[in-house]
Design a protein around this ligand. Structure first.
Ligand SMILES: [Zn+2]
Length: 217
């Protein structure tokens, strides 16, 4: 069952189906994907790292870079398995949100802290991320690696929510998703779940805030 990343996330309860979810965008849909559900489960997280390592094992990768927080675990496990497969040390580091980013900016810049930039200068880099919905945090991480003097060989993500938009061209580097998981989302006005009166899920997504705003909670 857990031969793919969707199966792994299902196994740990990270995929909710047949519900009525309010997404960050404000749109509604029936499926919720909680990628963070995987990280408490070290065995499953390790399996994801192994999937990435298998996928990219033929590239001459020196270091794996991912944006914190979830990406930290992915870069560690992927570096671990790449090191095993390749018989050389592959490092795993992460970028962090630039706290100096101007308030109101849609996405914070991703920067290297803790002296990690020295592991990237002049190195061949695999960039990872758990989930892409806008692709912006991955793009920013790729940018930061290049600015730091690293060469981005490839970009890998666990889940691509917008496969018809986010691809190698969009990211600006060879891009691969372990799974495409397109979000089917409706504007509230045309939401078939609202029409059917399916109760809004208040446990995940923005359902609680949505009902509070309407004075229904
Ligand atoms: Zn709805």
């Amino acid at each position: 069952m857990d031969t793919n990343v969707v199966g792994l996330l299902k196994k740990v309860g990270g995929i909710i189906t047949d519900s009525h979810i309010v997404y960050t965008s404000g749109k509604h849909g029936s499926v919720y994907l909680n990628k963070d559900a995987i990280y408490p489960h070290a065995t499953e997280t390790a399996k994801v790292g192994k999937m990435f390592a298998e996928k990219f094992k033929d590239l001459d990768i020196d270091v794996v870079v991912a944006p914190a927080i979830g990406g930290t675990l992915l870069s560690q496990w992927t570096a671990f398995y790449l090191s095993e497969i390749k018989g050389k040390e592959v490092l795993g580091v992460y970028t962090e949100k630039d706290k100096g980013t101007l308030a109101g900016a849609a996405e914070s810049a991703q920067i290297f802290c803790r002296g990690y930039d020295k592991f990237v200068i002049g190195k061949k880099v695999l960039v990872l991320e758990d989930l892409v919905t806008t692709g912006m945090s991955v793009k920013k991480t790729v940018e930061t690696v290049r600015k730091t003097g690293g060469e981005v060989l490839a970009v890998g993500v666990m889940f691509n929510r917008v496969p018809d938009k986010i691809n190698s061209d969009f990211i600006g580097a060879p891009f691969y998703a372990l799974a495409n998981f397109p979000a089917q989302a409706f504007d509230e006005a045309v939401c078939p779940l609202c029409k059917k009166g399916v109760p809004i899920n208040t446990l995940v997504g923005h359902g609680k805030q949505y009902l509070q705003k309407k004075g229904l909670l």
